[in-house]
Ligand binder design. Structure first.
Ligand code: 9UX
Length: 121
């Protein structure tokens, strides 16, 4: 590993524009991965590039690499709202966990009743 990869790593998700076929994603991916210490995955469908890069680089450098390859790249908006409580997926997990409790209890109780014939012992 080069020293660049040992520095603190950062991650950024770029919005890529100008990809007209799936191979474009691979082309961008290769360009980015050629940069020392950079690991990138480009998703053609979502037009997003997930890039892990060392502290020696700035996100703007990554944009430049993509643009030099003939595509457009945009940095994500600063500070994406990261409130746990309003994450819909997380909320659904909590809700379904709460709903599952009575179901489990009920099945335990009915299993107990049917085994002993007279409820709890
Ligand atoms: Mo597809 Mo992209 O034929 O540079 S690879 S358009």
């Amino acid at each position: 590993m080069t020293s660049a990869t040992q520095l603190a790593r950062h991650e950024v998700e770029l919005s890529i524009g100008g990809m007209t076929c799936a191979s474009c994603a691979n082309r961008i991916e290769r360009k980015l991965n050629k940069v020392d210490g950079v690991t990138a995955t480009v998703n053609y469908a979502t037009e997003k590039a997930k890039v892990s890069f060392p502290g020696t680089l700035a996100p703007a450098d990554l944009v430049q690499v993509v643009e030099a390859a003939g595509y457009t790249a945009e940095l994500p908006a600063e500070k994406p709202a990261a409130s746990d409580e309003h994450d819909p997926l997380r909320q659904r997990l909590i809700v379904s966990a709460v709903l599952a409790v009575p179901v489990v209890l009920l099945s335990m109780i009915s299993a107990c009743i049917s085994r002993t014939g007279s409820g709890w012992r």
